[in-house]
Write a protein that binds this ligand. Structure first.
Ligand code: 6GU
Length: 257
């Protein structure tokens, strides 16, 4: 079955970027099943209210737990079509993803983990966030809830983060990416290094030339040169990643760099 993705937001148009390029093609080909819902569909008042002032005071608005509860009960709990309700449930892993700057940091490891689920529901909050009892309630109800931040900066809402998370996860679904080799070689994959710089023709551009080893056709020397460049780049740009490298993964030539 395709990976099922449901996004609940007050700005459904914001997610339309996902209909473009890679993710849109994957949806069109049936590799993923992406559905975007307007949270206001679950309001019942004339003004379609989704927020209220924070208890205890303070700036901004907080999203109401009752509206989110109705929305998430429906999006998490819907019956599979075409299967009698009495038939045994197939094993399904459902994850409620709540983008928030107060969450655990979303990394390639998180993306790999989420790509193994069957159903992701992304609850996009705006303003000062969603009433904290929503995450608490679904955790207590046995739902796997992941509150995720995409980095140490503040966005106005979870929509941009949801786009980031969906793109990172969907490209790991088999068949979505044209070239599966790109997934294993790229930055932040298991090696723990940034990717080496890449070059193409013309060989000389504005008097700049890549390392001549890349033109020599010696695959062993090419691999060594790229490894050296990846190590140097990582040491300069991401010393934190070098700290975390497993020393057992380094060879004598690595240590010489
Ligand atoms: Cl997931 N949401 C918001 N509003 N801001 C963020 C974020 C998420 N991740 C980093 N900044």
């Amino acid at each position: 079955a395709p990976l099922r993705l449901d996004v609940v937001t007050i700005f459904p148009d914001y997610l339309r970027v996902l209909n473009l390029s890679l993710i849109g093609r994957a949806a069109a080909e049936g590799l993923i099943d992406l559905r975007v819902h307007d949270l206001r569909a679950w309001t019942h008042d004339r003004h379609r209210t989704v927020d209220d002032t924070p208890l205890g005071g303070g700036p901004g608005m907080v999203m109401r737990p009752d509206v989110w509860g109705l929305a998430l009960d429906e999006v998490l709990g819907r019956e599979e079509e075409g299967r009698p309700a009495t038939a045994p449930e197939p094993p399904r892993r459902q994850v409620l993803v709540m983008p928030t700057p107060a969450g655990e940091v979303f990394t390639q490891r998180t993306a790999e983990d989420l790509a193994g689920a069957d159903h992701l529901v992304l609850a996009c909050g705006r303003y000062e966030g969603i009433d904290a009892r929503v995450a608490e309630h679904y955790r207590e109800a046995g739902v796997e809830v992941r509150e995720l931040s995409i980095g140490d900066y503040v966005l106005n809402g979870g929509e941009a983060a949801a786009v980031v998370i969906i793109e990172a996860v969907a490209r790991l679904v088999p068949g979505v990416l044209g070239n599966p080799g790109s997934v294993v070689e790229e930055s932040h994959s298991r090696a723990g290094l940034l990717e080496h710089p890449v070059y193409t023709r013309p060989v000389t551009w504005r008097s700049l030339e890549p390392d001549p080893v890349l033109l020599g056709g010696d695959h062993g020397r090419v691999a060594r040169t790229r490894r050296d460049q990846a190590l140097l780049r990582t040491a300069v740009r991401r010393p934190d990643m070098v700290e975390r490298l497993d020393p057992a993964e380094l060879d004598a030539a690595d240590r010489a760099v």
